[in-house]
Every structure is written in structure tokens, then in C-alpha cells.
Design a protein around this ligand. Structure first.
Ligand code: GLA
Length: 635
């Protein structure tokens, strides 16, 4: 590890049976020896609390600590994430092990921080009476009166009216059949439950550790089991596990996910786990190409990661993940990828001081809302509707033009952005609409995608038409939406092309609302009708795109958005297949260039810059296949 310039390890995240071999008997000596040994080689440790894997003695003696699935079956021991997030007894055991670890290692100079649990049990709930009661209590605290709940959920529909809190059911096996209001609240309840589970451990750790030790949690990109903004709030910083699975890295998709994670706290983050070549859980566990792991590591740094960690170092001799990629084999000697990791390590060491105190800064923001994500996913209306794919479409076209994008929660401050794009903002209650309108009035450019402004915070339809509280500012509205069986033509200021999967028939009511695209001959209803509206509002502009656009039109639309909003690229033109990232600090600017292709690429720099990896200076460079360069810009 030392030879590969590895400076940090994350350990113990599944080791409960070794840390507490029997109830209330702890053995931390082995862990301390490991921490000491690492420290002797210049390596600091992050400790994972082992609560994603309760030991057999615990679950055997206290079966109520095991979670129950939707069909009523209690989990059996032998896998992981089998604990019940709502079991008071399980919470108590979690608190005790985390507290004991904190007592022992909270002042250890070689322990730099903590990771709570591991991937938070994939947000799995226990479908038992404890959870049912908690859910009912949660609803009571939220709505205060059943009248309120009945009204907001429109429970009189299908005779669901509740006269007693105890009548409200748990979202179970038949979740598709449930009330949309209940489903949205259930997702929020799941979020609050996992946030509380996390807080239970944070509180006890904080009691015993030095403030310099950080606390993080490892998220999973676009996983939507809980609201990541809520979960991130008490963490020092967010982290995520970046796995490609089958195939190869998609620079846009992966870059977008880094930006998403950076947006959880609007701060730099860690890639606390990533793929050492191959995983063991995908359809085809192919190995990343030589050089690709290095390109990915630099992409993480470029998008604001301050650490990249490989899961895992060495194969365990048995256990479920024998086939997973590692840096050394079961014999403890390096596998071929080790050399690439060593290169990454030495490069990180070279540029560390230049990157210190820097972070990506953007003029463009994408809005990501879990409420909207859930609301659309519960009622997609067409199975083809994929919000992440739509987000990626926008990103794939806008990222090369701006060369930096933030992904943030809709309620985040917006004034720093020239352009705000919300491809999926289905839930726009009045206060959110006011926040967006204020941004536009002050000169912001807001672009909304299809299905925007349809729902309130209870997942009920707004009594006005889309985009709801924004319709007046837009000077137009949605007359009707259509799930498409086949693509339809559109044409207008953005050229000619097709729309796919979803199309909305728009209508402009204000005389100054411009139509940028119209549908061609399609289903009769849409023929000749507006597909895109835009209108100046205050000092800014609001644009509504009522359909999913094909690649060609999307590319023109992206150019239009960039020009209208005056966004400038952070670097300048780079060849296809090359990504540029920028990190900015007080009086420093660092660019990272990554060539994802398997061919050489020539890049002309906007001015003379210092090439930190090559140790040269110049105004042009050649990037070999999967090549990387880090540039210091002193202008
Ligand atoms: C997840 C887990 C790890 C490991 C890897 C394998 O990210 O956190 O424990 O199972 O996947 O890819």
C-alpha cells in the first residue's frame, strides 16, 4: 500500500462478529493493531461502523432485530443488511457498538474519520408492526388531523377515508395499488427513518471523538431509496461508491453522478469505493481496459472528489465476494492492475498541493428533486419514461458546452447560476415556485422539462394546469400530455427532428410567449401545436420544453440555452472524447483533461499552462489513449 502511495484505508465496516464476539464483550485489539500497522506506513484509517452486518449471536437471540420483507418473511442470517432499521433493540445494539468503537478510537491520531453503516441497507424497511406504528405516528405528527390527511390524499376516492390513525396501512407487497399521497409520504418516512438510524450512531460517536474526526456515509449515486439531501445534512461530507458494473465508463453518466454527489452538501466529496477493474455482481463482470481505472480516478478528482478508494485491497479466501476485483490476490501479491493504481497514487502525490483548497465552480445548475423523482416513478404513465436517462440527455449536451455543471436540490440558492435546468420537476408547490420565480425575475434563465409543475407536495394534482404556479410567468400552459407509441416530428427555431416517449400539447396565452418548436403531423391532437414555449419574465427568461427531444434537436436546444444565458465554457474547445474539468481555489485554477478514447488526442490550450504530470509548460499537448493531464493556470 505504501509503495502505491495509498494514504488512507477504510476498514471494519462489516466486522461486528470480530469486534463484539459475544454480547457486550468487545475485542478491539486486533483493529488497533491494524490501525497502528497502517500508520507505520503513513496510512490513516477511516472506521466503518459494522451495523450493516449484525452478528449471528445477536440475530439468533433477538430475532426481532431482523427485518421482515413485504411478504411477511423475516430475514435469515447469512447475508448482510438483514438488521431491522426500526427495531428499538437493534438501534440499541448499533448505538452500543458505535459508541464503544468511538470510545476506543475517538482520540486515536491515526483515525481520521467514520463511515456510518454501509450503503444504509439499500433503504430496506422492515414490514412489521413496529414500522406500521411508527408510520402512523409519523403521519399523525405531520398532518395533526385525519381530516387534513384525508383531504390531501383525496382518500374519498376508492373509499379510503380513514377515521382512525390505526387504519392507515403499511405500504407493502401491493405498493403499486396504493394511494399516491401515501406513497410519497412513505418515501419521506423511509428517509426520516434512515436519517434517524444514522443520527443514532452519529450522536454517540460525536460524544466520544475529537471534532477533527469526520463522519460520512457511502451513497450509491442515483439510488432513490431515500432523499440524499436529508441524509447528507448531518454528515461532514458526502461519499459515494462508484461502480461501472458491465461495460465501460460512460463519462457523461459518471460525471453527472459525481456532480450529483457533490451537490448533496454543495461541497467536495469522497469516492470512498470504486471498482478495481471488475466487480462480481453485474451481468458480465468484464474488466475495465488498461488505463480506464486511471481515467476514472482523475474524473472523480476533476468533479470534486478529494479521495478515491478501491474496494477492495485483497480477496478474502471465502465469503460472497471471492470474484470481486482487488489490488492484490489471495496470496497478498499484486495483480496486474496494482501498477496502474501505483501510477495514480504517485500522480495524486505530485499534484496534491496544487489541488488543495480547490473545488469545481459552475454557471449551470441542474435541479434534482427526490419528491419529483418518486412522484413520476410511481406513475410513469409509460414504462419508457426514465428520468435519469432524460437528465443524462441534457447533461451529455450541456456539459461539453459549459464544461462544468452543478446538480443541486431545487431549494438551494440559485443566484450564482446563469442557467438552471430542471428536466423532471414534477412537484412544484407554491413556495418552490416563488423561489424559482425570484431567480428568473433577477435575471436567471430557467428551463423546465416535460411533466413540470403538475403536483403539490402531497403528490396531488395541482388544481391549475402545468406548469402550475409558473404558468402565468410562462404565459402558457400544458393542454394535454401524451405517452407516445412512436416518435413524432417537430420543427422550429431549433431545427427539425423528432420527439420520443412523451409529448405535451402546449398553448401560449401571453402575446410575448414565443413558440420555439411545433409538432408536425402526429396524432391529430398535437399536429401544428407548440412543443416548446419561452418567455421573458422580469430580467430573466422561462422556457418550457414539453417533450423528450431526439439527439439532434437536443444538441441545438443545448446551444440555444447556453447562448441565451451567456454561459461561457470554463476552458474552451477540446476534441471529441476528451473531458475537461476545472477546480478553482482562492487565486488558483487547475484543469484536468481526460481522454476516454483509445486513440491519441491533440488538445490546444487557451494559453500557456504548467503541465503538472509531465512536468512541462506549453500551449498544446497530446493525450495518449486514456491519457490524463493536470494543468495549472496561473493567469
Ligand atoms: C458495495 C459495498 C461493498 C462491496 C462492493 C462490491 O459498494 O459497499 O461492500 O460489496 O459493493 O462492488
Amino acid at each position: 500500500m505504501e509503495a502505491a502511495h495509498i494514504h488512507v484505508v477504510r476498514i471494519a465496516e462489516f466486522s461486528w462478529s470480530r469486534l463484539e464476539p459475544s454480547e457486550n464483550h468487545f475485542d478491539f485489539d486486533w483493529l488497533e493493531r491494524a490501525i497502528d500497522l497502517a500508520a507505520r506506513h503513513g496510512i490513516v484509517s477511516v472506521l466503518g461502523t459494522p451495523t450493516a452486518a449484525p452478528p449471528a449471536w445477536l440475530t439468533h437471540k433477538y430475532p426481532d432485530t431482523l427485518r421482515v420483507d413485504e411478504t411477511g418473511h423475516r430475514a435469515v442470517h447469512g447475508s448482510r443488511a438483514h438488521g431491522s432499521v426500526t427495531s428499538p433493540r437493534y438501534r440499541e445494539f448499533c448505538r452500543r457498538i458505535a459508541g464503544q468503537m468511538a470510545l476506543r478510537f475517538g482520540h486515536n491520531p491515526n483515525v481520521v474519520g467514520w463511515q456510518i453503516d454501509n450503503e444504509y441497507g439499500y433503504a430496506n424497511m422492515s414490514f412489521d408492526d413496529v414500522t406500521l406504528h411508527l408510520f402512523q405516528e409519523w403521519l399523525k405528527a405531520k398532518y395533526k388531523s385525519l381530516d387534513q390527511l384525508n383531504q390531501h390524499w383525496t382518500t374519498s376516492y376508492w373509499s379510503q377515508t380513514y377515521d382512525d390513525w390505526s387504519e392507515i396501512p403499511l405500504l407493502g407487497e401491493d405498493r403499486e395499488a396504493h394511494n399516491p399521497g401515501l406513497r410519497l409520504d412513505w418515501s419521506r418516512f423511509v428517509t426520516d427513518t434512515w436519517a434517524d438510524y444514522q443520527q443514532n450512531q452519529i450522536d454517540v460517536i460525536r460524544q466520544h471523538v475529537e471534532p477533527r474526526q469526520f463522519i460520512t456515509g457511502n451513497f450509491m449515486g442515483f439510488f432513490s431509496g431515500f432523499d440524499h439531501y436529508v441524509m447528507s445534512r448531518p454528515l461532514t461530507f458526502a461519499s459515494w461508491d462508484d461502480y461501472v458494473g458491465s461495460g465501460h465508463v460512460d463519462p457523461a453518466g459518471n460525471g453527472l453522478t459525481h456532480d450529483l454527489t457533490r451537490g448533496f452538501k454543495r461541497e467536495n466529496f469522497w469516492v470512498i469505493e470504486t471498482q478495481p477493474g471488475a466487480v462480481n455482481w453485474a451481468d458480465v463482470n468484464n474488466f475495465l481496459n488498461r488505463g480506464e481505472v486511471r481515467a476514472m480516478a482523475w474524473q472523480a478528482i476533476g468533479h470534486g472528489a478529494d479521495e478515491v478508494g478501491y474496494w477492495q485491497w485483497r480477496s478474502a479466501l471465502n465469503g460472497q465476494e471471492e470474484y470481486h476485483g482487488t489490488l492484490v490476490g489471495p496470496d497478498g501479491t499484486p495483480v496486474p492492475l496494482y501498477e496502474e493504481i501505483k501510477t495514480i497514487g504517485s500522480e495524486f502525490a505530485k499534484v496534491e498541493s496544487s489541488l488543495r483548497g480547490t473545488t469545481p465552480v459552475s454557471e449551470v445548475a441542474f435541479l434534482n428533486s427526490y419528491d419529483s423523482r418518486w412522484a413520476i416513478d410511481f406513475q410513469r404513465h409509460t414504462t419508457k419514461y426514465d428520468q435519469i436517462a432524460l437528465l443524462k440527455d441534457y447533461y451529455r449536451n450541456l456539459r461539453p458546452l459549459s464544461q462544468s455543471i452543478d446538480v443541486i436540490s431545487p431549494d438551494a440558492p440559485l443566484q450564482q447560476y446563469k442557467l438552471v435546468v430542471a428536466p423532471d420537476l414534477n412537484v412544484i408547490p407554491e413556495d418552490l415556485a416563488q423561489h424559482l420565480l425570484e431567480y428568473v425575475r433577477n435575471g436567471g434563465q430557467l428551463v423546465l422539462g416535460p411533466r413540470s409543475g403538475m403536483k403539490d407536495e402531497f403528490n396531488a394534482l395541482l388544481p391549475q394546469r402545468q406548469p402550475g404556479f409558473l404558468a402565468d410567468a410562462l404565459g402558457g400552459r400544458v393542454e394535454q400530455y401524451y405517452a407516445l407509441e412512436k416518435d413524432f416530428p417537430v420543427s422550429g427555431e431549433w431545427g427539425e427532428g423528432e420527439v420520443t416517449i412523451w409529448a405535451e400539447q402546449l398553448k401560449n396565452s401571453a402575446p410575448d410567449a414565443e413558440v420555439l418548436l411545433r409538432y408536425g403531423k402526429s396524432n391529430g391532437w398535437l399536429d401544428g401545436q407548440p412543443a416548446v414555449l419561452t418567455r421573458k419574465y422580469g430580467k430573466g427568461r422561462i422556457t418550457y420544453i414539453g417533450a423528450i427531444l431526439d439527439e439532434k434537436i437536443m444538441a441545438t436546444a443545448a446551444k440555444w440555452m447556453i447562448e441565451e444565458s451567456g454561459v461561457t465554457p470554463v476552458f474552451g474547445p477540446v476534441p471529441d472524447g476528451v473531458e475537461v474539468c476545472r477546480r478553482v481555489g482562492s487565486n488558483k485554477r487547475v484543469f484536468i483533461l481526460i481522454n476516454y478514447t483509445q486513440e491519441q488526442r491533440h488538445v490546444t490550450l487557451p494559453r500557456r499552462m504548467k503541465m503538472l504530470l509531465q512536468g512541462a509548460e506549453g500551449s498544446a499537448l497530446d493525450l495518449p489513449p486514456y491519457g490524463v493531464e493536470v494543468l495549472e493556470d496561473n493567469q
